[in-house]
Design a protein around this ligand. Structure first.
Ligand code: DX5
Ligand code: ZN
Length: 236
């Protein structure tokens, strides 16, 4: 069955001095979720926000909040993000397993792995679900799908840029992973993050993604309602 397109806007490109009004205008434009890019300066070369900001914005919207954890040792923070009010918690699989030699040191990116510790990843996905939240695995461009934990996931987030910054160029090679999920009949959310705009979204939807995450396209356009309408029309 075809799922309707859902738009998840990443607050990374919003005006951080006015988050309450940014949330209101995003809701008015017709978005479905808020995507919160949590970066620690270690897993990715950028430092952004954490649970305190999620608690602060929680009272201002009923829409789902998704916490994209681009942080080392995410297991130490799952409860804090759940308590802060995240509805969806998204774990980068590169935090679980053996790092490749070229990114095992501090300051080396993107983080990539040789092998995944499936049991540790499953443990944390289950922990998220046990807290009443939805659990997603997130896959960097250089990482393969971790098929063994698909039944523990409410969604899979395919990164179409190396995480760290908004406004980067879409990497179409990752669409093979979206197609793979579709072929496997994965019933959860198939989400994509990075470089989504009017040019790239059609091929992404055609490949099988239905949750489109956008920061710079949505917050950078003079008419975000029109952008939201366009993205949603791709599902028709
Ligand atoms: C990248 C973040 C994305 C990013 C998307 O590290 O995970 O969510 O904010 O930004 P755009 O839509 O500008 O590529
Ligand atoms: Zn993100």
């Amino acid at each position: 069955m075809k799922k309707p397109i859902e738009i998840s806007v990443s607050l990374l490109s919003a005006d951080f001095a006015n988050l309450e009004s940014e949330i209101k205008r995003s809701v008015a434009a017709g978005v479905d979720r808020f995507h919160i890019d949590c970066m620690d300066g270690h897993f990715v070369p950028n430092l952004t926000i954490g649970p305190v900001i999620i608690s602060a914005i929680r009272p201002h919207t009923k829409l789902p909040l998704e916490a994209h954890l681009m942080i080392e040792h995410p297991w130490d923070y799952i409860e804090s993000y759940a308590k802060a009010g995240a509805d969806i918690i998204q774990l980068q699989v590169e935090c679980y397993g053996q790092r490749r030699a070229n990114c095992s040191e501090y300051g080396q990116w993107p983080k990539e792995i040789e092998s995944v510790d499936v049991e540790a990843l499953r443990r944390d996905l289950k922990k998220i679900r046990s807290l009443g939240k939805k659990a997603f695995m997130v896959i960097n461009p250089g990482t393969a799908l971790v098929k063994d934990v698909l039944s523990d996931c409410d969604g899979v987030l395919i990164m179409s840029v190396n995480p760290g910054f908004s406004g980067q160029k879409f990497m179409s090679a990752v669409l093979s992973k979206v197609e793979e999920l579709k072929r496997m009949n994965f019933l959860g959310d198939i989400a994509i993050d990075g470089g989504i705009n009017a040019q790239t979204a059609p091929e992404v939807v055609k490949a099988g993604a239905h949750v489109l995450i956008t920061a710079s396209y949505f917050y950078g356009t003079p008419n975000p309602a029109e952008a939201a309408r366009f993205l949603k029309s791709l599902g028709n």
